[in-house]
Design a protein around this ligand. Structure first.
Ligand SMILES: Cc1ncc(COP(=O)(O)O)c(C=O)c1O
Length: 436
């Protein structure tokens, strides 16, 4: 008879509540994943929901490049199933450096790359290397999970609210007052959740200010300000938008810049877990054991296949063109629907899609009544959209943006073109009925 362990766990509520240390106790799970759980539960009951919540892809809509699948399979069959080197295979490190030289115009030396299982472990390792308890972590909001990585290292989050008229990017003047005390400045472009791209002049000003601040600190013998530039969506830019890097604009910022990247979003490969950081070798060297001790390596077949594709991008054929066009069509469908409603005088808005897989949309039903319920908070709005319109979205307050604002993120990675149209129609119907 196997031991019935559940019987021995029952009645241990006090032990359960006293077990986690204060750090684990205070760590919050992802609100986006909690919302996704609610959506999935409704879907399981048969609700016809268009799911625009998750920053992921439905492989039926957006598969990984088939050549990547073939390469990984070949590597597996060839027996590359043991531990990879802790900082990534030499081939992948070199392929990343070569691709940064050829595609981003940045020629980094050997020792400047650390590979991990997706962007998160390098992100975590960068914060773990740089942030000491009490250090300020400066970042614009709305923002992806930065506050959790600050928390994990005892950092003090300093969120800087941004405005829709600036594409939810900070202005230089909004950041400037904090640069003298911050330890890390996090900039993410293309942006999750906003779907916008940082302007060249703003990024240049930020990089110049980081250099100037560090000159001051060096003279004072103080620890430097590090710019963490999260560019995991950089291959997904649309229309006139252009992706810039801080080091490309201001090379003198290189000693103070950590770039975070991955195949997760750019090749729709979120489940394959290959990401990396590119940074000065003395930062990479310290990040390395953090990846090593957590075992957060990328699987070896995936690393080898990624190296091949970065080295020989022509093997992707027209994959990137089709992938980006598919995202852009869905985003544009939604954006146009919001513009049409706005032109009719309804209290909605949306920012033109420029990058990533997201649309920022404002659905300002605050103070109005939907299906008998008054909308008071962003979460009331989210619930009304989910339960009445069967459209699942993530409100900006889940990204640290103080509400109620009426702004929500619509993610198109898991939706068909028909689904995007249906979502647009359902949102329009809800808005019209709430504003009657
Ligand atoms: C801005 C941003 N950075 C980093 C990540 C982490 O990517 P990965 O799945 O490669 O860990 C995400 C994932 O959603 C993201 O949106």
């Amino acid at each position: 008879m196997p031991v019935d362990v559940a019987a021995y766990l029952d009645g241990h509520a006090a032990t359960a509540s006293r077990t986690p240390n204060p750090l684990a106790e205070g760590l919050k799970g992802s609100r986006i994943l909690a919302i996704a759980g609610e959506v999935n539960a409704l879907k399981a009951k048969g609700a016809p929901i268009v799911n625009l919540t998750i920053g992921d892809f439905d492989p039926k809509q957006f598969p990984v490049p088939s050549v990547l699948v073939d390469l990984i399979t070949e590597e597996l069959r060839a027996g590359h199933t043991n531990y990879p080197p802790a900082s990534g295979t030499a081939e992948l490190q070199q392929a990343i450096l070569d691709s940064y030289r050829d595609e981003l115009g940045l020629h980094y030396p050997a020792g400047s790359v650390l590979v991990g299982s997706g962007a998160r472990p390098p992100f975590y390792a960068a914060f773990g290397t740089i942030v000491a308890p009490g250090d300020e972590v400066l970042y614009p909001v709305p923002s992806w999970n930065t506050r959790h990585y600050a928390y994990l290292n005892g950092g003090v989050p300093v969120p800087v609210p941004t405005r829709p008229e600036n594409g939810f990017m900070p202005t230089f003047d909004e950041l400037a007052p904090h640069l003298g005390t911050a330890r890390v400045l996090l900039i993410n472009s293309p942006s999750n959740p906003a779907g916008t791209v940082i302007r060249e002049d703003l990024l240049r000003d930020i990089a110049l200010a980081v250099v100037a601040e560090n000159k001051r600190r060096e003279a004072a013998g103080a620890r430097p300000l590090i710019l963490v530039y999260d560019q995991v969506y950089w291959r997904l830019v649309f229309g006139d938008a252009v992706h810039f890097t801080p080091v490309g604009l201001v090379p003198e910022v290189a000693p103070y810049c950590v770039m975070i990247d991955a195949i997760s979003k750019c090749w729709a490969a979120t489940g394959l877990r290959v990401g990396w950081a590119v940074a000065p070798p003395w930062i990479i060297g310290k990040m390395n054991p953090l990846i090593g001790h957590t075992g957060a390596w990328a699987p070896k077949p995936e690393q080898r296949a990624t190296a091949t594709l970065l080295r020989e991008p022509e093997r992707l054929g027209d994959y990137m063109t089709g992938f980006k066009a598919g995202l852009e069509r869905r985003l544009t469908t939604l954006w146009r629907a919001f513009q049409a409603l706005k032109a009719e005088g309804y209290p909605v808005d949306a920012l033109a899609p420029a990058g990533a897989l997201y649309l920022s949309a404002k659905i300002d039903l605050l103070g109005r009544t939907v299906d008998g319920t008054r909308i008071e908070t962003d979460d009331d709005l989210r619930r009304a959209l989910l339960q009445v319109a069967n459209v699942a979205v993530v409100p900006f307050d889940a990204f640290g943006y103080a509400g109620p604002s009426g702004w929500v993120r619509l993610s198109v990675g898991a939706v068909s073109e028909d689904g995007a149209l249906a979502a647009a129609d359902r949102i329009a119907a809800l808005v019209r009925s709430a504003c009657r």
